[in-house]
Ligand binder design. Structure first.
Ligand SMILES: C[S@@+](CC[C@H](N)C(=O)[O-])C[C@H]1O[C@@H](n2cnc3c(N)ncnc32)[C@H](O)[C@@H]1O
Length: 171
């Protein structure tokens, strides 16, 4: 599904609340939502299209991303892998459409530190009224973050936000 989709369609897939509850229960509180609007952010700290989450640094212990579902998905997955590999994000959870023939899916699939969970059935996104016309996956980048030993790892999300401000990143 690499076809063009209008913006109203790519952005409308807000995460169902039970998925957020599961993520928080398993991995702890979400420190950053880099693809959001004020009315759908799933974390106190978030980046909007205006700030551009693709350009900002993702400094957080747990980043949760449900990006726009158009062709731009390649860029969001590449950005997530870059932020994780740099050590700026300790762990990143992504909710994505299951498109197993795409470049971005294989970029995730070939990595040993990425877990891909196929969600049974179809999620009810957005207003929750009807199931999505596609299956979804939950991707965990950083299966075993205890192996990481970066200076950033020991900072709280609040300290990371302060650090981001201090280095002049106005995101
Ligand atoms: C699928 S919705 C996700 C909503 C919610 N944050 C969630 O996790 O369920 C994608 C959101 O990303 C926003 N968005 C689009 N491009 C963006 C960008 N470059 N940087 C940050 N946010 C962006 C859209 O406005 C929309 O609110």
């Amino acid at each position: 599904m690499g076809a063009y989709m209008p913006k109203a369609l790519t952005d409308k897939w807000s995460t169902p609340p039970h998925i957020i509850d599961q993520v928080v229960e398993e991995f702890g509180s979400i420190g950053l939502d880099p693809a959001a609007s004020p009315d759908n952010a799933v974390s106190k700290r978030y980046f909007t299209e205006q700030k551009d989450g693709l350009k900002c640094q993702w400094l957080a212990n747990l980043v949760y991303v449900n990006p726009p579902y158009g062709r731009i998905l390649n860029a969001w997955v590449a950005k997530a892998l870059e932020e994780y590999d740099s050590g700026r994000s300790k762990r990143i959870v992504m909710l994505l459409p299951s498109r197993t023939c795409t470049r971005w899916f294989h970029a995730l699939y070939e990595r040993l530190d990425v877990e891909i969970r196929f969600i049974k059935g179809r999620l009810k996104y957005g207003d929750g009224s009807s199931p999505a016309p596609f299956p979804s996956i939950l991707v965990i980048i950083g299966k075993n973050p205890d192996n990481l030993s970066t200076a950033l790892e020991i900072m709280s999300d609040r300290q990371l936000a302060e650090y981001q401000e201090a280095i002049g990143d106005d995101c």
